[in-house]
Write a protein that binds this ligand. Sequence first.
Ligand SMILES: NC(=O)c1ccc[n+]([C@@H]2O[C@H](COP(=O)([O-])OP(=O)(O)OC[C@H]3O[C@@H](n4cnc5c(N)ncnc54)[C@H](OP(=O)(O)O)[C@@H]3O)[C@@H](O)[C@H]2O)c1
Length: 269
Amino acid sequence: MDRRLCLITGASAGIGAEFARQYAALGWDVALTARRKDRLEELATEIESKYGVHAICIVQDLARANSADKILSTLSEQDRHVDALVNNAGYGLPGTFFNTSWKSQAEFLRVLYTAPIELAHKVLPGMSDRGYGRIINVASLAGYAPGSNGHTLYASVKAGLIKFSESLNAECEALDGADIHCTALCPGFTYSEFHDVNGTREQMKSMNKRMWMEAGPVVKAGIDAVNRGQPVVVPGVVNKGLATLTRLMPEPLGRAIMRRQSRTIRRQD
Ligand SMILES: NC(=O)c1ccc[n+]([C@@H]2O[C@H](COP(=O)([O-])OP(=O)(O)OC[C@H]3O[C@@H](n4cnc5c(N)ncnc54)[C@H](OP(=O)(O)O)[C@@H]3O)[C@@H](O)[C@H]2O)c1
């Protein structure tokens, strides 16, 4: 019998690569997708030799309109279905909303919001037929925080993913007899390539080390939460504290703090 299969977007680096390793360590086959073929193949070789499971590489750019269909048809051509979906691919746009081209922002919305939702929509019928499914949407602590100067699209997209996950999890709970759950994983600062890609590595060096987590415990928190049926999880004690604070703080005070912080953690060009 086939092993269960987990499809992970953004598997070529950081949190996504760690999801691939942890699902493989649990004895799952993995389907790895991202744009960098060499990185996917390197990870697939590592995973297959270390865990003895099968790793499928699918090179796709999620900014392209038909990428979700192409990913899923590659799997069905190999007679595989998705038992778990990790919508993880993401990045931060470096500049402001005002000064960033619409093309870049439309691609950003596609990669971080539309494609994850489309993938979820397209794997759910199969999960429902088989009575089993896991969907993890990698959101962010930024989705909890008050709006800040510069995180204009990022925070709103991540907030949307949190709400989407909560509602979808509730919808899945209502499916008769099915063991299907959806969780928004909301990491804070996590060691990965994220801050190299968005050009804020220098600013990040001034952040307190206690604010940072390794990808390992972040990913484990996500897998444990979705197996429990928990709709939202914030990994780590410091991040949990920050999430609670943002909920309790008067909104104008939260916005004022974020405005001041924006200058230190965001490029404003
Ligand atoms: N690191 C943090 O501090 C942090 C905090 C909160 C939330 N997050 C979230 O965690 C998720 C993973 O980020 P990370 O920290 O692991 O960053 P990362 O190390 O930079 O990895 C990002 C992944 O997304 C993929 N990706 C980017 N654009 C893509 C596209 N157009 N099509 C397909 N794949 C694409 C990249 O692969 P290719 O370049 O090969 O395509 C890469 O595999 C993101 O959703 C991010 O928003 C990160």
